[in-house]
Design a binder for this molecule. Sequence first.
Ligand SMILES: NC(=O)c1ccc[n+]([C@@H]2O[C@H](COP(=O)([O-])OP(=O)(O)OC[C@H]3O[C@@H](n4cnc5c(N)ncnc54)[C@H](OP(=O)(O)O)[C@@H]3O)[C@@H](O)[C@H]2O)c1
Length: 266
Amino acid sequence: MGRTRKGERQTALVTGASAGIGVDLAECFAKDGYNLILAARTESALREVADRLAKTHGITATPIAADLGAIGGGKKLADEIEKRGLSVDVVVNNAGYGQAGAFNGSDAAVQLGMIDLNDRALVELTHIYWPTMMANKRGGVLNVASSAAFQPGPLMAIYYASKAFVLSFSEALWEEARDTGVKVSCLCPGPTVSKFRERAGTGKTRLSRAGTPMSSMSVARMGYDAWQANKRVEVTGMRNRVTASLAPFLPRTMLLRIVRNLQSPL
Ligand SMILES: NC(=O)c1ccc[n+]([C@@H]2O[C@H](COP(=O)([O-])OP(=O)(O)OC[C@H]3O[C@@H](n4cnc5c(N)ncnc54)[C@H](OP(=O)(O)O)[C@@H]3O)[C@@H](O)[C@H]2O)c1
């Protein structure tokens, strides 16, 4: 008889699983035998990912198209999951986007939409599945924040603030879940190869020239391993780790100038 895999008879819901880091996070769970529910807006891409992972890893993968930026999008997705007779043991809140530029003159719908997706939907989904996880004493939440979470971000203010929220919320939940068997981790990637930059418009900032972005699979693997170990916070890459740990010790005005400089156009 084959070896039992870690995720046997458990299901991970991965949001933003049609592209980038989410696809690779889904693969990490699939490799360990977790069944998958994959959510994002682009159904064709989700289906492709689901078919590939199901075939390669011998799991079931269900793609569900969902706009999580819409108010109530998380509840709508959960209703659809229930309608299909599926349950969720692990929530991977990965869907998110950023927008570079000054707050003045920015598009309100884009700014508020970022909060709706990066924060509101993340809380909504976590709130829906958290009681079952706590009752079952297993499963948990893997939230994707950013290295942006560790300081305010002039010229990308809402994105940085939205990720600071994710970090703070995740750390609080980690403590609430201590000794329950429910695992909580906050993955904080630095620049990573994906479609993020295209949508965020960060390709023309000084920060974009400051180093080589990591591959989405290496970032996903670090996040997955951290979650399995119930590590509270995982910052990817040595440079990002050093920066994140120095941020609280720098004079705030200096820190703000440095970030503004990095977020300035080339
Ligand atoms: N790449 C980086 O440099 C970087 C750095 C730090 C943190 N992050 C974070 O990592 C996470 C994943 O980003 P990524 O780099 O993989 O970017 P990506 O390649 O742009 O992928 C984003 C994913 O989110 C989904 N998504 C976007 N809007 C959505 C909506 N309204 N409803 C449902 N799904 C939606 C996208 O699918 P659809 O378009 O099909 O909906 C896609 O699957 C994000 O939270 C991002 O903030 C990225």
